[in-house]
Design a protein around this ligand. Structure first.
Ligand SMILES: Cc1ncc(COP(=O)(O)O)c(C=O)c1O
Length: 290
């Protein structure tokens, strides 16, 4: 698969108060964020000129940093303006937006109290996260060997870069086996989420999703739950055991990048892209453009 490298593109990136040509938005190798994962980020989508849940993403960005003891040097209001400015500067009305913050190179070593928090905001055109051709059949998941850590083992409610180390390792391992994404269990062995998207199942007309007590309570997840409630779909938030996977009729994932993505297979279990998945996917697609 060939991808145009992300550091060799044209356009503009906002970094530490300046809009710079894309290729010049660089950081030093001795940045604390790179050595010790003191970095948080956001992933957002603009649809027809409007960023879905923009303010909630900006607030989560601040919260993620706060959990790691970092202070974002720009306010939520300033970030709101920057996100729209950078889309405009890059001539984008449909885009993926990536704010990122990291501790700089003022100090090396575990303690980082002297470091400054740097911020950049990039935006680019990004189609569907998973293969659009799998819309009618669903993607395939394989259970990962890695488990999501407990909330007292890692900052699980922060969108912290360090949490994605096991996500990338899991995704690589399952891709090597021909699957599209990893299903991650948590430290107790309950079904948690995919590598970068939340998990939903349908059993006999009831929508079920795991309790987000050790993984991100995604904004898409929250929007989809609200849609399901509006539609009168029975809903349960609870722990899900992997033994239950063969009793579900439908499975789908939610996330800013993944949107609502149907799942056709987990390990040896097969699922259909059923009526509840289709209804919620359609409602979500309407909501983000409304
Ligand atoms: C690990 C993980 N879980 C869940 C999500 C879904 O979150 P959201 O719907 O807020 O994008 C994401 C994507 O951001 C993620 O990376």
């Amino acid at each position: 698969m060939s991808v145009l490298p992300f550091d060799e593109r044209d356009g503009f990136i906002w970094i530490d108060g300046e809009i710079k040509p894309w290729r010049e938005a660089k950081i030093h190798v001795l940045s604390h964020g790179m050595h010790y994962a003191s970095s948080v980020f956001e992933g957002e989508r603009m649809y027809d000129g409007k960023i879905f849940e923009s303010r909630k993403h900006s607030e989560r960005f601040h919260k993620s940093a706060e959990i790691l003891g970092m202070k974002i040097p720009i306010s939520v209001d300033e970030l709101e303006e920057i996100k729209y400015d950078i889309c405009k500067k890059n001539d984008l009305t449909s885009a993926y937006i990536r704010p990122v913050a990291w501790r700089g190179g003022e100090q090396m070593g575990v303690s980082a109290k002297l470091t400054k928090t740097h911020v950049a905001v990039a935006a680019w055109a990004w189609g569907t996260y998973f293969d659009a051709e799998k819309r009618n059949t669903g993607i395939s998941l394989k259970t990962s060997q890695w488990r999501k850590p407990a909330a007292n083992t890692a900052p699980t409610q922060s969108k912290a870069a360090g949490l994605y180390m096991i996500a990338t390792m899991s995704k690589h391992a399952v891709e090597d086996d021909g699957f599209d994404d990893a299903l991650m269990l948590d430290y107790r062995g309950y079904v948690a989420e995919a590598s970068a998207a939340n998990f939903f199942a349908v059993k006999d007309g009831v929508l079920i999703t795991p309790t987000p007590d050790c993984f991100l309570n995604g904004l898409t997840r929250q929007a989809v739950i609200a849609l399901a409630k509006d539609m009168g779909i029975p809903f349960e938030e609870r722990h899900i055991k992997p033994e239950e996977l063969n009793s579900f009729q439908e499975i789908f994932l939610t996330g800013t990048a993944a949107e609502v993505t149907a799942v056709g297979q987990i390990d040896d279990h097969k699922y259909s892209v059923g009526p509840i998945t289709k209804k919620l996917r359609e409602a979500y697609e309407t909501l983000v453009r409304s």
